[in-house]
Write a protein that binds this ligand. Structure first.
Ligand code: CP
Ligand code: NVA
Length: 303
């Protein structure tokens, strides 16, 4: 693994290795131990879109590992004035030891990966959000003690996070069920890729069919960054796909609820569920830090 553009760039063994390392880093941080494994290493962080969790967790991860994060707003770079992605990637590779980018189009990441001589990390694209899923897998393992054999239900928009969730579930041996309205299905190629890997992926229209007997219920905003122009239509179409107490009732008694955040209470999830006893959202958000530290060490430790 030299880049992380898709969660499927990681094998099951690599995922388990990262999760084990992330658990260890979390325990060390809790005990006050300093782990400066990226001393003098720099990470360029290019953002074309807003971020709270991703930006902060990567910045803190690099700082705590003894390295230096560089927050680079796309508009402040010459990239925003027409410099090519290829030139940017090649020049940055002369300065930094890794590049992470949050982009509008996944093809920008592929281009960065093609031209950069240092590892490239997908910090969210229109197609995938692999760093989120690493933290989610870590959180699921913390709560359930295992990954294999669990039923993972995605409720709502078949978006970028859903695409990565499908691949992550299949790689780790979970059974994936997606409930979404017509026209909001996850990426066809990704579903095909997951099924070719031998995974169990069902796409249904009734949220109760997906949530039935589920170990994990996961949702995300109905209006992702870039979808703002479709707001009214999306609110209408996705209305029946809310995670609420009625949906929790059909899932397993010990179901855990995940949401990558930011959340829109009263839309994709009720405030009661988001803040209720089944919710793991704050551990999930915290685990971004630990999982990404493991990823950065693995990718940049020897650059
Ligand atoms: N979940 C997530 O990636 O959050 P941000 O958009 O705040 O980074
Ligand atoms: N699907 C959301 C995720 C935000 C972390 C978006 O792309 O805006």
């Amino acid at each position: 693994m030299s880049n992380l553009l898709s969660i499927s760039d990681l094998s099951l063994d690599e995922i388990i290795e990262l999760l084990d390392m992330a658990d260890e880093l979390k325990a060390k941080r809790a005990s006050g131990m300093v782990v400066e494994m990226l001393k003098n290493k720099s990470l360029a962080m290019i953002f074309e879109k807003s971020s709270t969790r991703t930006r902060i967790s990567f910045e803190v991860a690099m700082n705590e590992l003894g390295g230096h994060p560089l927050y680079l707003n796309y508009r402040d770079l010459q990239l925003g004035r027409g410099e090519t992605v290829g030139d940017t990637a090649q020049v940055m590779s002369r300065y930094v030891h890794g590049i992470m980018a949050r982009v509008n189009s996944h093809s920008t990441l592929e281009e960065l990966g093609e031209y950069a001589n240092v590892p490239v990390i997908n910090a969210l694209s229109d197609l995938e959000h692999p760093c989120q899923l690493l933290a989610d897998l870590m959180t699921i393992r913390e709560y359930k003690g295992r990954l294999e054999g669990l039923k993972f239900a995605w409720i709502g928009d078949g978006n970028n996070v859903c695409n990565s969730a499908i691949l992550a579930a299949v790689i780790t041996g979970m059974q994936m069920s997606v409930a979404c309205p017509e026209g909001y299905e996850p990426d066809k190629d990704i579903v095909e890729q997951a099924r070719e890997m031998g995974g169990s992926v069902e796409i249904v229209s009734d949220p109760k069919d997906a949530a039935g007997n589920a170990d994990i219920l996961y949702t995300d905003v109905w209006i992702s960054m870039g979808d703002e122009g479709e707001k009214e239509q999306r609110l209408h179409d996705l209305g029946p796909y809310q995670i609420n107490d009625a949906l929790l009732d059909v899932a397993k008694d010990d179901v855990m609820v995940l949401h990558c955040l930011p959340a829109h209470r009263g839309e994709e999830i009720t405030n009661e569920v988001l803040t209720g006893p089944h919710s793991a959202i704050l551990d999930e958000a915290e685990n971004r830090l630990h999982a990404q530290k493991a990823l950065l060490i693995k990718l940049m430790g020897s650059t």
